[in-house]
Design a protein around this ligand. Structure first.
Ligand SMILES: *Cc1c(COP(=O)(O)O)cnc(C)c1O
Length: 380
């Protein structure tokens, strides 16, 4: 097997899921986001573990992702969080995925597919845009859309949802914005009820709101990133402790490779494309068989530190498509020693994906979900 692998600490995943489950009321359902291959961690294995740990629903972004879960025998309800094309809707229905309906036209397309399949009473959730500016109907149109959905004769309103734009921000303006989003959603739900239609399962909380806004949990929460071990918006654990929300999250993924070559590098020699770095003194170069085609972004150099034998080493020069180089200084490192790019403490990493994200102006989500397919996921 290739040296570059992503270890998935399944015990950490279970631990994080239990932390979430323990924060919500027993009657509140848990919908675990496993879109984008479970944020890069492997959808099928993570979904199975999530269901074992009490997930009532799963959430994906593409019909193909939902179909993958069904092919693996996973039979809990699966929400489709993004919109699909009309020509994907037969597959959507065949796989019993629950779409978010945001307008009459889209609802009609789902209804047609349900009729083609000879089915009825097919559950959809009505998405309300309360201020995310993405998908959903305006709150004032929710009752009419709910009426349209049940009026198709083949669709049932299984639930209603909205999505928060700034629930991870402690800024007073953002808190107010989230309050307003929640109140618009509550009004939309009330309007549907007033129209004599049962709104079904009501849900609006992503990870941040699951932690910070128990009053918004309603019937179901939709955590994603916290399940994979990262605090929303990269806030440190202490931030949540100060707010009276102690939660212990453990990163689930470690990206690991091996030192494929150890080479003396003479003073004055440059390393990699563009010759952005040259040795000021004689040193030792470690060559790692991992690069941006594995998801190790070029912008990680030069800030990233690679853990070898528990010590951090800097990347030298640009990260290439399939390789990168670290400076081992005067240390004697054996060829094929493990080199950890990021991960939880016990992986031997010099930093977590969160620290790497903070140092490179991105978010943990982008780092783990960008690890490409040629990196095997190994489940510990
Ligand atoms: C991705 C997603 C979530 C989960 O978001 P996290 O920030 O990872 O908790 C919840 N709801 C919707 C609609 C999403 O797209």
């Amino acid at each position: 097997m290739r040296a570059t692998v992503a270890y998935i600490y399944t015990e950490h995943l279970r631990h994080n899921l239990r932390e979430v489950r323990g924060r919500i009321a027993p009657r509140t359902k848990m919908c675990v986001a496993v879109k984008a291959d479970a944020y890069g961690h492997g959808a099928v294995t993570c979904a199975k573990i999530a269901v074992e740990e009490g997930a009532d629903f799963l959430a994906v972004a593409a019909v193909s992702e939902g179909a993958e879960l069904r092919a693996a025998g996973i039979d809990v309800p699966v929400l489709l969080l993004s919109l699909c094309q009309p020509d994907e809707m037969d597959e959507l229905v065949a796989n019993d995925l629950t779409p978010l309906v945001c307008d009459a036209d889209y609802g009609d397309a789902v209804a047609s597919a349900v009729r083609r399949a000879g089915r009825q009473g097919y559950a959809v959730h009505l998405a309300v845009d309360t201020g995310m500016g993405r998908i959903g109907c305006y709150p004032r149109d929710a009752a009419a859309l709910a009426g349209h959905i049940v009026g198709t004769g083949v669709l049932a309103l299984g639930g209603m949802c909205t999505h928060f734009a700034v629930s991870d921000s402690p800024a007073p303006d953002d808190k107010t914005y989230t309050d307003e989003q929640f109140s618009r959603f509550s009004q939309a739900v009330a309007a549907v009820r007033a129209a004599g239609i049962d709104p079904g399962i009501c849900h609006c909380c992503n990870s941040a709101a699951t932690l910070e806004r128990p009053e918004c949990h309603l019937d179901m929460v939709r955590p994603g990133i916290i399940v994979y071990g990262y605090y929303p918006d990269g806030k440190p654990r202490a931030y949540y402790e100060r707010r009276g929300i102690p939660i212990d999250l453990r990163p689930v993924m470690a990206l690991v490779t091996k030192v494929a070559a150890v080479r003396p590098l003479e003073r004055g020699m440059s390393v990699s494309y563009g010759r952005t770095w040259a040795a000021e003194r004689d040193t030792t170069l470690g060559v790692l068989p991992v690069g941006y085609a594995d998801g190790l972004f070029r912008r990680f150099a030069p800030v990233m530190r690679v853990g070898v034998n528990g010590k951090p080493y800097p990347i030298r020069g640009r990260i290439c498509m399939d390789q990168c180089m670290i400076d081992l200084g005067a240390d004697a490192v054996e060829r094929w020693s493990a080199a950890v790019l990021f991960g939880p403490k016990e992986s031997g990493a010099a930093q977590s994906a969160q620290e790497l994200a903070d140092a490179t102006g991105t978010i943990s989500y982008e780092i783990t979900s960008a690890i490409t397919r040629r990196v095997p996921r190994l489940y510990l």
